[in-house]
Design a protein around this ligand. Structure first.
Ligand code: HEM
Length: 494
């Protein structure tokens, strides 16, 4: 009898635990099934998993330790390879979209889907960044901010500065005795370039550069994390970094306003911050400081990190594929051969002729999935292929899945720029810069910057990595854990 009681005292808590565990794991599904009523049955298959955290931990696990494909792989193993799955991620019920046509629909139908980023991002970037302002305000702000970073005339103005930064950067890196973190040095380069465009008329204080780099890194760390604001946690660090960056931008803004006041009539706008200070709407109202700061902050961060990571990956993929490196180099040598002897440096029309290099950039964006997705929210119930995306639910078009889909890109793990020879655009298959009204306004600038870098790199340099087999971390953007520790080596010119 005593033995039986002993057994029971073990079994009952165990069964209670298993039962509780099972119920808890289904609680989120139960909650939303009750909330949505009949509609629940029309949702795509999937699992909302644990209350509050949903599948966030599984996402963080695969994106931190790899391979990130396993995150969606878990869904397709359980429910089959489908167009859409339901889940609960970053604190919200979410539909993940894995089919190009539906991704395209989500990105381009702005009456039904609007940007809606996780709290860890929106809290740091503020409510005035382009991806957060309401649609009407977005149209106006976008028109203003696009002008200095797109179109032939604007872009051509930046070539000299980019070229000069690239040439001196590569020269300096190759003269270093010690190996360097290629990612860090390229980030410094893209930061310089973007600073010149946004704030260039005010010289950057040398103390700000180092500090801003650290702050940017702290912000990036918290990009897709749980929004837990406790000292020591990434989200807290990112909030602090965002606050400090805003203080730094405010100090530049104050300085600019003083210069403007002292120059009076003779003052003219020379960079994006100047332009934003000048703008007036129909009622003569200008932007307040908060709007200017947050707009610049969002663009500076978005434009610098993404471009730097893509540049680093292009260098790595070219290095790992010597025959493709050689082909890219031959195209650049050909461009130089055809150049007039009076021309100094690379020209805008030459960049347009770099067809193979442009394919190298596309292939880099595909294989690295620098932007693994974007975030949307359904503003109404949307029916797609007989399934419902409920109003208020988040929607994630899974770019990363499309980029690595065997059917869309045969041998997806292979770096093969020639796959883009006859590729039809705008099908939703390949959208590294998004699509629709929120499509990246900096895409041409980014491509130009990367092209100029690769032009000089393939012609005159190579790298030797210290840890070529170094593991990757995928959050927020994929990178080798050693930040690509390497030597930059100058190659003898012909
Ligand atoms: C390889 C480099 C880049 C990649 C992969 C990239 C990717 C993207 C993507 C996917 C979006 C769409 C976000 C969405 O729809 O929710 C976006 C938006 C944006 N990007 Fe980029 N970007 C790059 C470079 C740049 C540069 C150089 C700048 C600025 C100079 C920039 C500024 C922006 C801004 C301001 C938005 C928000 C646009 C809006 O809301 O209207 N990006 N980018």
């Amino acid at each position: 009898m005593e033995l039986m009681i002993n057994w029971l005292s073990l079994i009952v808590p165990f069964l209670g635990f298993v039962l509780g565990f099972g119920v808890l794991k289904r609680l989120n599904n139960l909650y939303y099934a009750l909330k949505l009523g009949k509609k629940w049955d029309e949702l795509p298959p999937g699992d909302l998993s644990w209350p509050l955290i949903g599948s966030t931990l599984s996402f963080l696990k695969y994106f931190t330790f790899g391979p990130p494909e396993r995150f969606i792989g878990d869904f397709s193993r359980r429910y089959g390879k489908l167009d859409m799955y339901k889940t609960h991620i970053f604190g919200k019920p979410t539909i993940i979209v894995c089919k190009p046509e539906i991704c395209r629909q989500v990105l381009t139908d702005e009456t039904k889907f609007i940007p809606s980023y996780p709290t860890s991002i929106t809290a740091v970037f503020g409510k005035k960044s382009l991806l957060q302002v309401p649609k009407e305000e977005h149209r106006k702000l976008r028109r203003l901010t696009m002008a200095p970073i797109s179109g032939h005339a604007a872009l051509e103005m930046y070539i000299d500065h980019i070229e000069h930064s690239v040439i001196s950067g590569l020269e300096e890196w190759s003269s270093m005795k010690k190996p360097l973190e290629l990612l860090t040095t390229i980030k410094q380069l893209t930061f310089k370039v973007i600073w010149n465009i946004f704030m260039g008329s005010t010289p950057i204080k040398s103390t700000s550069i180092g500090e801003m780099e650290t702050l940017n890194e702290n912000i990036a760390l918290a990009f897709l994390t749980l929004p837990l604001n406790f000292p020591g946690l990434p989200f807290h660090k990112a909030l602090m970094a965002g606050k400090r960056l805003n203080e730094i931008f405010q100090s530049y803004l104050d300085e600019k306003r003083m210069v403007k006041k002292s120059k009076g009539e003779n003052w003219e706008a020379k960079d994006m911050m100047d332009l934003l200070m000048e703008v007036r709407d129909e009622d003569g109202e200008g932007f307040d400081d908060e709007t200017i700061r947050e707009l610049i902050f969002g663009m500076l961060f978005g434009g610098q990190e993404t471009t730097a990571f893509t540049t680093m990956w292009a260098v790595l993929f070219l290095t790992d594929n010597p025959h493709i490196f050689q082909k890219a180099k031959e195209e650049q040598e050909d461009i130089i051969r055809r150049r007039a002897s009076t021309q100094k440096g690379v020209s805008f029309s030459e960049i347009k002729q770099m067809k193979f290099l442009s394919q190298v950039i596309d292939e880099t964006l595909r294989l690295s999935s620098v932007a693994f997705s974007v975030f949307r929210e359904a503003t109404v119930d949307v029916e797609i292929n007989g399934k419902i995306i409920p109003k208020g639910w988040k929607v994630i078009p899974w770019f990363r899945g499309l980029n690595m889909d065997q059917k869309l890109h045969p041998s997806p793990q292979q770096f093969n720029p020639s796959r883009w020879d006859n590729f039809g655009r705008n099908s939703g298959v390949f959208t590294p810069f998004g699509l629709g009204v929120w499509m990246c306004p900096g895409r041409d600038l980014a491509r130009m910057e990367i092209s100029i870098f690769l032009h000089y790199f393939v012609l005159n340099y190579k790298i030797e990595r210290l840890n070529p087999k170094c593991k990757l971390n995928y959050l927020p953007i994929p990178r080798p854990r050693d930040k690509c520790l390497a030597r930059v080596i100058k190659t003898p010119s012909k």
